[in-house]
Ligand binder design. Structure first.
Ligand code: C2E
Ligand code: CA
Ligand code: CA
Ligand code: CA
Length: 286
């Protein structure tokens, strides 16, 4: 058995080594990515749920991080955010993301909302409330335009600390969304315990609308539940008119997904955010 397992190891070892080396290199490259200007934000529109795409008014954008690696090209956030979390880089990176999103949103001629994702590490390291406060002052973004998206994983660690942080963030005047609701272990007790303004229904439920009646029942129940708690509801990953139609009819407040728009550099939404931004995009490109 020993010989056999040794044989197995010798077959896979070089590959494993390669993977570990790749990872190490990627870590190093990620640590200079901000300095090198390789990170950017894409924006995905959120719309008030109307009965059709045309009737769905854009109310804001979610900022989504992108890493433009000089050789690998665009590395998806699902690959580099976990890496940044592992290495602690996420704290610095998260600060850059927050500042960049607020700076950009403050320059829009039309005062739409901007939503920024927060990582668990940003909750447990440093002074998040102080950081949000100083970035708002520095960029001039009014607090009611900023929404912070968190997953229940952030709160699972330390209930009291989480609650205190959320309360202090809300005292600044920003809004808090519960992201990916229904995925993982999100439980109803979180909704009761934490002062969320918004629930984002996970894409997994939206995909199955029209495919299985259970998803429709769950989505309907989450909408009613959220409204009962005076929270607004956003459905994620809306890709079809049929999904939009169902959600609008059920009273879902807002939708986000490829049907409304794919994440893109803000320049692509210049017509929505106003002329200043268009001028800025042209100036930068020129
Ligand atoms: P998320 O916060 O749930 O973001 C939504 C993801 O769903 C985005 O993927 C978006 O591109 C994708 N999406 C939106 N509409 C549709 C649709 O209609 N169909 C499908 N198939 N997908 C759709 P993305 O940009 O790859 O981001 C993945 C995840 O990475 C995010 O999930 C979030 O958890 C994380 N992430 C992205 N940017 C940041 C960031 O700046 N900070 C932190 N901490 N995490 C981020
Ligand atoms: Ca309809
Ligand atoms: Ca999100
Ligand atoms: Ca989400």
């Amino acid at each position: 058995a020993k010989a056999k397992s040794r044989g197995t190891i010798s077959i896979f070892e070089p590959e494993m080594d390669q993977q570990i080396r790749d990872r190490r290199v990627l870590h190093q490259e990620l640590s200079v990515a901000i300095k090198n200007g390789e990170l950017s934000l894409y924006y995905q529109p959120q719309a008030a749920a109307g009965g059709s795409v045309a009737a769905s008014q854009i109310i804001g954008f979610e900022a989504l991080a992108r890493w433009h690696h000089p050789v690998r090209g665009c590395v998806p956030p699902g690959d580099f955010i976990p890496l940044a979390e592992e290495s602690g880089l996420i704290v610095e990176m998260g600060e850059w993301i927050l500042r960049e999103a607020c700076r950009e949103a403050a320059s829009w001629a039309i005062p739409l909302q901007v939503a920024v994702n927060l990582s668990p590490a940003q909750f447990t390291h440093g002074d998040l409330v102080g950081l949000v406060h100083s970035i708002l002052l520095e960029t001039g973004l009014t607090p009611d335009r900023l929404e912070l998206e968190i997953t229940e994983g952030v709160l699972i660690e330390d209930f009291d600390r989480g609650l205190s942080l959320l309360r202090r963030l809300k005292a600044l005047g920003v809004r808090i969304s519960m992201d990916d609701f229904g995925s993982g272990y999100s439980s109803l007790s979180y909704l009761q315990a934490f002062p969320f303004d918004k629930i984002k229904i996970d894409r997994a439920f939206v995909i199955n609308l029209g495919r299985n009646p259970q998803s429709a029942a769950i989505v309907r129940a989450v909408i009613d539940l959220g409204h009962g708690l005076e929270m607004s509801i956003v459905a994620e990953g809306v890709e079809t008119e049929a999904q939009l139609d169902f959600l609008a009819e059920e009273g879902c407040d807002a939708v986000q997904g490829y049907l409304i728009g794919r994440p893109a550099p803000i320049g692509q939404f210049a017509a929505l955010v106003g002329g200043d931004q268009l001028a800025e995009t042209v100036r930068r490109a020129g």
